[in-house]
Ligand binder design. Sequence first.
Ligand code: NAD
Length: 500
Amino acid sequence: MGFRDVDRHTFYAGKPQPSAESSGSYETIDPSNGKPVCKINNSSTKSVDAAIQSAQAAFPAWSSTPPIERARILQKAVALLREHNDALARVETLDTGKPFSETSTVDIVTGADVLEYFANLVASGGLNGESFRLRPTASVYTAKEPLGVCAGIGAWNYPIQIALWKSAPCLSAGNCMVYKPSEFTPLHAEYLADIYKKAGLPDGVFNVVYGAADVGGHLTKHPAIAKVSFTGQVSTGKKVAGAAAGEMKYVTMELGGKSPLIVLPDAQVEQAVDVAMMANFFSTGQVCTNGTRVFVPRAMKKDFEAVLLEKVKFVRAGDLFDMDTNFGPLSSKAHYEKVVQYVRHGIETDKATLLCGGPGQPSGLSAELKQGYWVQPTVFTDCTDDMKIVREEIFGPVMTVLTYDTVDEAVERANKTELGLAAGVVGRDIDLCHGVIAKLEAGITWINTWGESPAEMAVGGWKKSGVGVENGRRGLEAWVRNKSTLVEMGGSVPTVFSKL
Ligand code: NAD
């Protein structure tokens, strides 16, 4: 398998289609140094339609393949993903700017785990329906049927992981997929398509189209698409869900957050800071579930900030392939500019106290890396709930520290947002931790940790942060529809039309 940075073309009918029409092209950029990587050909409307037709043609045979046989193919793809872990991780590092220490241990690993989980689930009866006797002469059985051709639309922060979290349950359940990666991080998509093909996936079951809003919009509205699984910003999600609703399509929406982390009064300060660091600086803060609103008891504020200032020194920016580097650049120039603007707003307009960081680059970068989209891990303190940096998703390494007097007050303020993706608490009194979690309005919650999202755990946002879940047993239900059959065995049909 050659992991070369070659130009990308729409992928359907089991291969890249260089002869297919494209609607222009652009160069992808390595965000660590601003240099171009390769050319991406945007899929024309005609080639998106061809990809959908390829999926439609593959659907009858794939959906009627027994689940255990589908699982066998997908398990081979899992083995190939693991065999090529480091090569794929290099691609993700080049595309996203995440350090190799992260992509080689998280991104492909967690994607392959989910594919393994859903393949195992369908092989072991996860798609079985139920049957029950309604009365002595009648029974009911149900079947979980695949939906048809589905669209997967990805964000740029976890490219191959998102592609796998969508395609794994989709294909396991017997559907076919047309997948559109983010225009900022498209490199993984052809490699994944290639891995599926080498594993034995029939042509047309997994297809890739390239482009931005216009291509995503065409896919979303296309009458042959039965479901749209979308990951991205709330504002885009509203447009996508709106278009899909107009055609009565199924949707899963994995959207943004502004999640609260509540440090309880009995928490160990070291542990609280470790959790806050993971909740803000992992992946340079480009994680949807980040706990960016950190509520700290007023009495603990001084200690918390002192330990935080010590631990921020452990954030190491630099050569992305050095295993000691644990902090990369932001993933694109546009995103860099957005994050820097928020940091400036925090200083100049919100007038929060800048504890560390700021709009400049981290120190010690080489001349080459200085051309990239690097920002520093930044902490604002003395924040108030009304500040823009506290209310809006920044999606960068920007922590806001807010103090509180009572736990009830912290919970009430934590919930005062339209978003509800994630939330967490740190504390020693486990009863209090559970009690606080029970009151927090979020779909993904953690106690004394942050960020782990195993295949077995269903994840999805509340409020404006999403619709539906991915992963876990419930994640499979999102890719099937129910058919119920009532069987009458008594020989007499209940009817009102038997007498005059
Ligand atoms: P985005 O909304 O800008 O783009 C997401 C995808 O939608 C891209 O592929 C884009 O090309 C496509 N798109 C844009 N306009 C479209 C349209 N009108 N119709 C169809 N598709 C369209 O999001 P982003 O900036 O790439 O990603 C960052 C966001 O994703 C953050 O808000 C983050 O919180 C969120 N996110 C959420 C989760 C989750 O699981 N909840 C996971 C990762 C990222």
